[in-house]
Structure formats: structure tokens, C-alpha cells
Design a protein around this ligand. Structure first.
Ligand code: B3K
Ligand code: ZN
Length: 874
């Protein structure tokens, strides 16, 4: 496989004005007729061959302007066809045959639970028909779907239905028309036995839009939350960005076999059922919130992605970074904003930092790729969103809105670049964003080393920041980034933010300083008392910031910082210092002693009251093992696990009564609703239960047992079942797991949770359980949700068992990756990630991991897995 380079971009030689598609559906032999109205680009020379992409297609017929082509007028190869000398304007007709029933990669047209569906982003359309399958070719589409009336009573595609009718042999058809020019990656088709829930939305200009969610009949009761979320998102985008929906119909379809969360096809969003279906009995609060966020994300793409799309796939973050930023702001507005930011940053600093530090690190706008599917990453999505967030904060709300209006107006109906977006922002704000553009081109996480000094005599505070971005693959040298650092100086006497005046200029009490050089010293004047600096408030830039805080400083910030996010972060930093000591103690075989300052800090959190419950729950949550690992120079899996368990048990033992009170205070039997106040109470209660179960005294165990038995809602049931399963009380866990498994055997999404609960258990039998559960009738390697729930959860969230010293965890993962490489390369190359991080571990583990990577490398690899393995072993 050969790489594609960003600098090789050339505009397409031929454009498509309109596409007419006809599908005659059949599991093994679907016929696709395509009629393309084509035109040579005016700047292109005559005689330029026409290149069409096509994979795994059987060509049955090809004609230009009604004239079948002779075999010397075109050439066919593995990835497409070329027509020698087409005229300047012409109609190209092709007919191909494809086999949806053999499509286990879930790209192109495939079958899921007997239903036909498509996934075309990024390059799936070429598995449906011959086409210039690139995002800068935008056309209007008419699509006729012909299916069996009994098997596929519902036939859907993009746009509006314009015609339907009966055909002989029990078949029928529907013709759809999408008037908005779109790239092929936004094409979609669905055909099957589906039922719909319908609602309406009146847009800001008074147009009526019909909203439909299509599901299998048994899931009709699980669509309310997605529908409500969709309406909230539509309203929010009107109010916040002035963006109105443009078609008369907006459809969502739930699909059981889906490679990612969802897909923003024009007017016909396809969703992984896990990302759309909810019910209080089957979905947790986290799942409800995830559904809300994804429904919004896909809807927002209608403007940031569909009306204005990407010129080429190197610009992917143009639509994804921007749209993630939009969905994050939406979720912050409709839920607890502080918690949303805390959760996003906790995840980002764990997973994206790890990506940036590993062999697959790449810039937000990459320079080359082998397989674009491998680039739907945390860097493109989440770091891309952080970059847009920095722009938003640099410009302020109003200028940002002017910039986004300008972007949507200027480029409507076009396929554009990241420069086009940033230019609009620069024009709207009058700011020079030249240096800022480095955020798109440089990979790696900038590290800031900061230190500060209070000068009593002059009442000044001197803050020095030094930045450095480590080398990443093919980027040995880095230039300084433009890093906005939002900060405050918290007076140690008053406990309040002191006014910031930077060399005479007032920044208020919460201001932004701009680090642009490798090293800069900022002198704050008129600082009346010694402060503790609160830096990078709200995580104002995607960087790793180090400051030599003492534990007293951190306890002080945890109690006093006016920025909720930084209060949480101070708590995390304080816990990290204690964890570092305990990790060292474990490694040296020294007795572990709990730092009383951490206990005191937690006690004051529990006693002070008045905190937002949702934020308090976050502050009482220890950094995850994955995050702790990310902060270590060399990952010692066992020491990390032992240290974290020790801290948890120590806190639980000392503060047991406080946790018990917290649990009791937050118990409630009011009917479930996915509302912020209820969610906050549940998360606080369940955090408390987690601590109580860390000591496993009779009362804690009894509370967990009762919470499970009460069967009030899935959030509570799942936490109780998880805690029992992860405890030593197999006498309670085994029957609970059995009854849960029997009760929900019919519900695939609940069974995914049942798998996940079992494979995250810290006991040494976890790996055997994974192998055992892989033989369970509810498991299938062909279903990505199952693979993620069982194998993905194990390798990513059960670190102590995945990194077993005997290498069995690595072997298990390699076995699965080898099988999936044949079945579903996209999932295979994602799943292999933990093995690619081998350099972070001790020698013996490095060797074991490399050996498994080599074993995978010896297979006949898909381009997806090939690219990742080659980088990992480079
Ligand atoms: N745009 C899709 C992702 C498609 C990935 C395909 N391999 C979902 C989203 O970001 O909204
Ligand atoms: Zn997206």
C-alpha cells in the first residue's frame, strides 16, 4: 500500500453535475445502475482520461451518451476504471453487481440484522458504484431503491421521496431526490422492515420539518430521548449559530452493526443502535448523555460538514474538530457545563495525550496517510475541537459568531480547507493567526514548565513559562506554539482572585496571557499578597502543564479556586502526588502510607457542602489507572494498580461514615429522568457506593446488593452489579450476573454491558472470562459493538489483566486482531492500539508486545492494519 500526500492535491478533472442511481436489492447480487452527468473542468486539457474509483465491483455494462464502450476505450483495475478520451460533456452509464451479504467490513452496502444499509465515509461509495469518490466532487442525487415488499417494506435514501410504486414479483420501489449537491461520502440507503416514530420541528423561519426515527419494532419504546435531543439540537443551532435545517424531512435510522457511533448522511443519519436507543431500564445516565451528544453532533454536521464540506480528507478536522466543539458546547449548555468540561478533559488528557506520545502521532491536519479510515482519531476530532475552542476563546463569542457566519455564507455548497475556515476567523477578529496555524501542522503535546516567584518588596509576581513540544514521527524539530493560558492569582490570605495587572495593563481577575516564545516571563504588578497561581483554567490549551505546586498549594486551590475546573484539577494533582509516592513505595517494597493531606482535602470536600453535586462527584473520583500511567515516565502497571487501590481503600476506611451519609442523602426513588439534577445525585451516590465497596464491609455490600435488587434504573443497577462483580463476594456476584444475563438475553445493548462488567473485573480470572465469553451465543466477532464491549473494554480498561506478565493478554488481542483483519479491517486497526504503545512499558513486556505485533505483521494484512503495525514497529 502506498501513501497519499496532502501536497499532491489536484482538483478533479471531471465534475459530476447530477447522479441517477437505481438499486435492485439482492443479498448476494445487488444491481446498481448509475447515470452520471459529467463535465470536464474548464482548465483541464482535452483528452484527459476520466478516472473513477471502484472496488469489489463486477462491471456489467458501461456506456457514454448511450453508446456502449468498446473494451479498448476503458481499462479496469483493482481500484477503479479509466475511460480513455471522454468528451467535454457526457452522460456515463454503468451497471455493476455487488454482494452486500459478504460485506463484513461494514463499508459500502451491507446487511445488518437483515436490513440493507450503507456507510460511505470516507471511501465506501466506491464499493457501491464507479465514481470519482472524493469529497470535492459534489452532485445532486436521485436514487431509486427497488426491494421486496415483504422483506424491505421501508426503502430510504437522502432527500425527499418523490415517487413510489408497485412492481411485479412482489417488489416495490421508492425514488428519492436530494436537491443539495453533496459529496459521495454523504450518500445513504436503508431498506428493511423498520418502524418509525415521528415528530415535527418548526424552524426559525417557520418551515415545518418532519422528524423520523426508524428502528426495529421492538425498539419503538427507546427513541424518546433521541427525538427530544434532536429537537433541542435543532433549536440550539438556530440560536447559537443561526443555522436552520434545510430539507422537509430529517431521518435517523438505528443500525445494529456499525463501525462507529453514527454518520451524518444528508437527511438520513445512520446511527449505531448504541448511540441512539435509550430507556431508563436499559441505558445508564452516561449512555443517555452520549446519545444526546451524538444526535446533536450528527445534526450539526448538516452545516459543518454537509453544506460546507472538506476539499480532501487531510482537511477532515475542518468538519470534525469544529463539529465536536459545537456538540461539546451544546452538551455544556443543556447539562452541567463544569462536569462536561471535566469529563472531556479527563478523557482528552488520557487518550489523546497517549496518541500524541505514541508511534501513530500525527498533526490535526496530517501530511500523508495510507488508509484514511485510520485517521478518524482523537487528534483529528478532540484535539481539533480544542484548537477551535482556543480560537473561540481568543476571539470572544461575538467575533467567533461573525467568523462562523462568514464561513458558512462564503463557502456554502463548497468543499474547502482549514485555511478557509481560519481565514474567516482572522478576518472577523482582526487577529493575526499565522503562528496559531502551527496547531494544525505540528503533532505532539506541548509541555509547559512553569515557575513563579512573589516579590514582597515590590508587590510583584513573576511567572516564567517555558514551552517545548517533543519530537514525533517525522517531526524532530518543533517551533513554539501560540498558547493562550487563562489564569488567576489566588491570594493566600484572602483566598480570592487578586486583580491581574500585567506590566500595567489590567486583565481583570481571570485573564489570558499569551505564550508565544519558547520562554517568557510575565510580571504581574500590584499583587498585594503572596498568591498561588491557578493556571490553564478550563484547560485553555491542549498542553501538559507542570508547576512545582506543594501539596498545601493544591489543597488550597482545591478549596479556594474560583474556577471549578481548576479546583477539580488541583484535586487530581494532589492525588497524583500521593499516588507517585505510593507507586515508588510499591516498587521499592516499602510499606505504603497514606498521605494525611489527601485525606484531609477529601474530608473537607465531603464536609463543606454547597458544591454542585455533579462537580463534587468528579472531585471525589480518583484519576484513572490509564491517566496515572500517562503521567509516568515508564508505566508500571502493577504498582499503579496497587497504589490506586490503596488510596481508594484508605479514603474509604477513614471517611467511611461521610461516604455512607453521602449515599443516604442522595438516595431517591422518584421516577427516572435523564435530568441534570437527578444525574448529579445518582453519580454522587454511586461514587459513594464505590468507596463503601472498596472496604467491602457488610453494610456496603448490603447496600450494593439492595441497589441491584431494587432494579430502579440501569445507572444504579449497573454500578451495583459492577461493584459486586469486582468485589471478592462471588457468592453474591455470580447469582446477580446470572439473573441479569437471563433477564436481558434478548437485549443486545444490555448484553454488551453485561460483557463489559465482567471483563473489567480486577481478579486474575478476567482473561479466562474473556475467552470464555467469546464463545457465548450473544457474542459475535462480526458485530463491532460486541467486539468493543468484550475485547475493547478488556484491553483498554482492565490494564492489570491485559498487561499480565505472562503476555496472555497481548496474545489474546493479537488473536482477535488477526481474525478481524480479515473480517473488518477498520475495527481491527483500532483495536490493536494498546499493543502499539509498547515503548511505554518495561523490557519484558516490550518484548512480549513486539512479538505479538510481529506475529500480526506476518499475516496478509489489510492496508488499515498494515499502516498501524508498520508505524508501531518502525
Ligand atoms: N463522520 C462520521 C465518521 C465516519 C468514519 C468512517 N470510517 C461520524 C462523525 O464524525 O460524525
Ligand atoms: Zn463528526
Amino acid at each position: 500500500p502506498k501513501p497519499t500526500y496532502r501536497h499532491d492535491y489536484r482538483p478533479p478533472a471531471y465534475r459530476v453535475a447530477h447522479v441517477d442511481l437505481t438499486f435492485e436489492l439482492d443479498p448476494a447480487a445487488t444491481r446498481v445502475k448509475a447515470s452520471l452527468q459529467m463535465e470536464r473542468h474548464p482548465e483541464c486539457k482535452e483528452g484527459e482520461p476520466l478516472r473513477l474509483d471502484g472496488e469489489q465491483l463486477i462491471l456489467k455494462h458501461i456506456a457514454i451518451d448511450g453508446q456502449a464502450l468498446e473494451s479498448d476505450e476503458y481499462t479496469l483495475d483493482d481500484d477503479g476504471l479509466s475511460v480513455r478520451q471522454p468528451p467535454a460533456r457526457f452522460r456515463l452509464d454503468t451497471e455493476v453487481e455487488i454482494a452486500p451479504c459478504d460485506n463484513t467490513a461494514l463499508e459500502g452496502l451491507y446487511l445488518s440484522s437483515g436490513m440493507y444499509c450503507t456507510q460511505c465515509e470516507a471511501e465506501g461509495f466506491r464499493r457501491i458504484t464507479y465514481y470519482p469518490d472524493r469529497p470535492d466532487v459534489m452532485a445532486t442525487y436521485s436514487t431509486t431503491v427497488i426491494g421486496d415488499k415483504a422483506g424491505q417494506p421501508v426503502l430510504l435514501s437522502n432527500g425527499n421521496p418523490v415517487k413510489r410504486g408497485e412492481l411485479p414479483d412482489g417488489r416495490h420501489f421508492v425514488t428519492w431526490n436530494d436537491p443539495f449537491p453533496k459529496p459521495s461520502y454523504l450518500f445513504a440507503l436503508v431498506a428493511g422492515d423498520l418502524k418509525k416514530v415521528e415528530d415535527r420541528f418548526t424552524t426559525m423561519s417557520g418551515r415545518e420539518v418532519t422528524l423520523q426515527i426508524w428502528v426495529e419494532e421492538e425498539n419503538l419504546g427507546k427513541t424518546d430521548h433521541a427525538m427530544a435531543s434532536l429537537k433541542r439540537a435543532m433549536k440550539w443551532d438556530e440560536e447559537t449559530y443561526g443555522r436552520e435545517y434545510d430539507l422537509d424531512l430529517f431521518m435517523i435510522v438505528a443500525v445494529n452493526d456499525f463501525n462507529m457511533g453514527a454518520m451524518e448522511n444528508k437527511g438520513l443519519n445512520l446511527f449505531n443502535s448504541a448511540a441512539v436507543l435509550t430507556h431508563p431500564d436499559t441505558a445508564t445516565d452516561a449512555a443517555f448523555q452520549r446519545v444526546e451528544g451524538i444526535v446533536a453532533h450528527e445534526y450539526f454536521h448538516n452545516w459543518s460538514g454537509n453544506r460546507v464540506t472538506c476539499r480532501d480528507w487531510f482537511q477532515l478536522s475542518l468538519k470534525e474538530g469544529f463539529t465536536v466543539f459545537r456538540d461539546q458546547c451544546f452538551s455544556a449548555d443543556v447539562n452541567s457545563a463544569a462536569v462536561k468540561r471535566i469529563e472531556d478533559v479527563a478523557f482528552f488528557r488520557t487518550a489523546q495525550f497517549a496518541e500524541d506520545a505514541g508511534p501513530t502521532a500525527h498533526p490535526v491536519r496530517p501530511d500523508h496517510y495510507i488508509e484514511i479510515t485510520n485517521f478518524y482519531t482523537l487528534t483529528i476530532y478532540e484535539k481539533g475541537a480544542e484548537v477551535v475552542r482556543m480560537l473561540y476563546n481568543l476571539m470572544g463569542e461575538e467575533a467567533f459568531r461573525r467568523g462562523s457566519d462568514r464561513y458558512f455564507e462564503r463557502f456554502d455548497g463548497q468543499a474547502v480547507t482549514i485555511e478557509d475556515f481560519v481565514d474567516c476567523m482572522a478576518e472577523a477578529s482582526g487577529q493575526d493567526l499565522t503562528q496559531f496555524m502551527r496547531w494544525y501542522s505540528q503533532a505532539g503535546t506541548p509541555e509547559i514548565d512553569a515557575y513563579g516567584e512573589y516579590d514582597y518588596a515590590n508587590a510583584e509576581y513573576h511567572l516564567t513559562l517555558r514551552q517545548r513540544t517533543p519530537a514525533t514521527p517525522d517531526q524532530p524539530e518543533k517551533a513554539p506554539q501560540h498558547i493562550p493560558v487563562r489564569m488567576g492569582l489566588v491570594g493566600t490570605k484572602s483566598g480570592r482572585d487578586l486583580g491581574l495587572s500585567l506590566e500595567g495593563e489590567s486583565l481583570g481577575s481571570d485573564g489570558v496571557i499569551h505564550l508565544r516564545e519558547a520562554e517568557q516571563t510575565f510580571v504581574f504588578t500590584d499583587v498585594p499578597e503572596a498568591p498561588v497561581p491557578s493556571l490553564l483554567r478550563g484547560f485553555s490549551a491542549p498542553v501538559q502543564l507542570r508547576f512545582p505546586y506543594s501539596r498545601e498549594d493544591l489543597a488550597f486551590l482545591l478549596a479556594n479556586d474560583s474556577d471549578g475546573f481548576n479546583r477539580w484539577d488541583a484535586g487530581q494533582r494532589l492525588a497524583m502526588l500521593a499516588l507517585d509516592d505510593l507507586i515508588a513505595a510499591h516498587r521499592n517494597g516499602v510499606e505504603k502510607v497514606m498521605d494525611p493531606r489527601v485525606v484531609d482535602a477529601f474530608r473537607s470536600l465531603l464536609e463543606r457542602g454547597g458544591d454542585d453535586k455533579a462537580v463534587l462527584a468528579e472531585m471525589l473520583t480518583l484519576p484513572s489507572e490509564a491517566y496515572i500511567a500517562e503521567q509516568q515516565p515508564l508505566v508500571d502497571v502493577e504498582a499503579i494498580h496497587a497504589a490506586r487501590t490503596f488510596v481508594k481503600q484508605s479514603l474509604a476506611a477513614t471517611l467511611r461514615d461521610d461516604f455512607l451519609r453521602l449515599y443516604q442523602e442522595n438516595e431517591s426513588d422518584e421516577p427516572y429522568a435523564p435530568q441534570p439534577e437527578q444525574i448529579a445525585r445518582r453519580s454522587l451516590k454511586n461514587v459513594a457506593l464505590g468507596y463503601l465497596m472498596a472496604v467491602e464491609d457488610e453494610e456496603g455490600v448490603e447496600l450494593a446488593r439492595r441497589q441491584f435488587e431494587a432494579d430502579h434504573n440501569m445507572t444504579d443497577v449497573r454500578q451495583a452489579l459492577t461493584l459486586l462483580t469486582h468485589s471478592s463476594r462471588d457468592d453474591l456476584a455470580a447469582p446477580a450476573l446470572r439473573s441479569f444475563g437471563e433477564k436481558w438475553a434478548h437485549d443486545s445493548l444490555v448484553m454488551d454491558q453485561w460483557f463489559a462488567i465482567q471483563v473489567t473485573r480486577p481478579q486474575t480470572d478476567a482473561l479466562d472470562r474473556v475467552r470464555h465469553l467469546m464463545a457465548h451465543p450473544a457474542f459475535s466477532l462480526k458485530n463491532p459493538n460486541k467486539v468493543r464491549a468484550l475485547v475493547g473494554t478488556f484491553v483498554n480498561q482492565n490494564r492489570i489483566n491485559f498487561h499480565r506478565a505472562d503476555g496472555e493478554g497481548y496474545r489474546l488481542l493479537a488473536d482477535v486482531v488477526i481474525e478481524l483483519n480479515r473480517l473488518n479491517p477498520e475495527i481491527a486497526s483500532r483495536l490493536v492500539t494498546p499493543l502499539t504503545r509498547w515503548q511505554r512499558f518495561d523490557e519484558p513486556r516490550q518484548e512480549l508486545m513486539r512479538a505479538e505485533l510481529e506475529r500480526i505483521r506476518a499475516e496478509k494484512l489489510s492496508p488499515n492494519v498494515y499502516e498501524v503495525i508498520e508505524k508501531a514497529l518502525a
